[in-house]
Design a protein around this ligand. Sequence first.
Ligand SMILES: [Zn+2]
Ligand SMILES: [Zn+2]
Length: 148
Amino acid sequence: MTESQQLTPAEELRVAGMRVTAARVALLETVRDGDHLDVDAIASGVRQRIGHVSLQAVYEALRALTAAGLIRSIEPPGSPARFEGRVGDNHHHVVCRSCGAVADVDCAVGEAPCLTASDDHGFAIGEAEVIYWGLCPDCSSARSSEHP
Ligand SMILES: [Zn+2]
Ligand SMILES: [Zn+2]
């Protein structure tokens, strides 16, 4: 475990050079407790912790925490952005085309970037983001029972 895991969320914000606000602390906790939550789910988690917070404040905190690298956003095309507290390991995601469920897929190599580009065009590549699309177990069993 890294040293940052012994810090409280408020201390982590401070270490990242960020202003500490109740909304940011609650948001960091909500995202880490959750599993690839979308903005609506994050907003309700924040409100459960600290009472009313405007959606604008939630967006502002999400942007700030993502930019600071404390949380990570996943933006599957055609589905709402999700946020997670698992950062820095360059893992990937599998997304269900039917219900939008998201699950983590570990990097096959274990270090970033875990895909070597066939042509890097001279860029120093630091990350590879892969989304695997398919059907989650619930959706695929629902389909096969529709069409026995
Ligand atoms: Zn599904
Ligand atoms: Zn993830």
